[in-house]
Design a protein around this ligand. Sequence first.
Ligand SMILES: NC(=O)c1ccc[n+]([C@@H]2O[C@H](COP(=O)([O-])OP(=O)(O)OC[C@H]3O[C@@H](n4cnc5c(N)ncnc54)[C@H](O)[C@@H]3O)[C@@H](O)[C@H]2O)c1
Length: 311
Amino acid sequence: MSRYLVTGGAGFIGSHLVDRLLAQGDRVRVLDDFSTGKTANLGEDRKGLETVQACVTSEPDIAAAVVGIDGIFHLAALPSVARSVVAPLETHHINATGGLNILNQARKSGVKVVFAGSSSAYGDQEAEYKSEELREDPLSPYAASKLAGELYCRSFARVYDLPVVVTRFFNVYGPRQVPDSPYSGVIAAFCLAMLRGEAPRIDGDGRQSRDFTYVEDVTRAMTMAMKKSFAGPVTMNIACGESHDLLEMLSILKDYSGSSREPEYATARTGDVRHSLADMALAEKMLDFKAEVSFREGLERTYDWYKREYS
Ligand SMILES: NC(=O)c1ccc[n+]([C@@H]2O[C@H](COP(=O)([O-])OP(=O)(O)OC[C@H]3O[C@@H](n4cnc5c(N)ncnc54)[C@H](O)[C@@H]3O)[C@@H](O)[C@H]2O)c1
């Protein structure tokens, strides 16, 4: 049994990670400011779960939160490209300064950190597969703020010998992703539109593609990364290694839900990349990780969840 701190544990990915850790018998302290995270994501009175409401940028709160902890999963962030374009300073403060604060407290207590990185670090490069060896080229303030956190991870591993793994997620989807905010993930937003009989909105021509990854595969990879020891800093992609465009995704969802609504098209969003596909060789080699949930299966599970919760 280990004790873990999960920042952002009341959010979409964080709450699935909490489920996994509790299910394997670990104890979990969630630190979240509940700005987008929900108590409902954590359930009630769960054995082994403790919740702290605090901001990741607060030094005293993080210092207190790491006491008695064996490892930190850092997921708290403002995870929106669109919001970062409107509010770059706030995004930097929470994502970069907040990340640095976590690392600083981790090195004081000598606690390992698994850090939620983002494929947005790659930007819009020509390479078909985004490999960790590519030079990063962030487009949006969000991407830059997440990459700043990653760079601090690398420097803390080198300067303080802090064990750190950056898991770079691609497009994560699944139950509990907020579907009705202007910053919602596209699969969540499409599921909700279909359930409401509304037209799904596609920004751009719908041919932009993503390496969509089911949330349970992501949390499994994070726990594997926590358990395994590495020499020096590690940054690895966590995804499926498959590319699907929005029109294909929409067609699977329409098929499954029986919806006949055609999409509405809007202008492509500033700061969005056109294609995003992970090279998964490193995670396969270092963690023996392979995504297990197929795209169709993941979409069906996700749609079923939104149907239960929203209709
Ligand atoms: N969802 C994706 O596709 C994706 C892709 C790449 C990277 N990521 C990264 O994964 C992590 C989790 O993303 P998510 O999709 O679950 O988002 P989410 O918004 O559901 O979760 C973020 C959580 O952080 C909390 N939070 C925000 N600001 C905070 C603060 N100042 N102090 C404490 N808690 C704060 C929120 O309340 C929320 O519970 C983020 O770091 C994000 O950048 C997500």
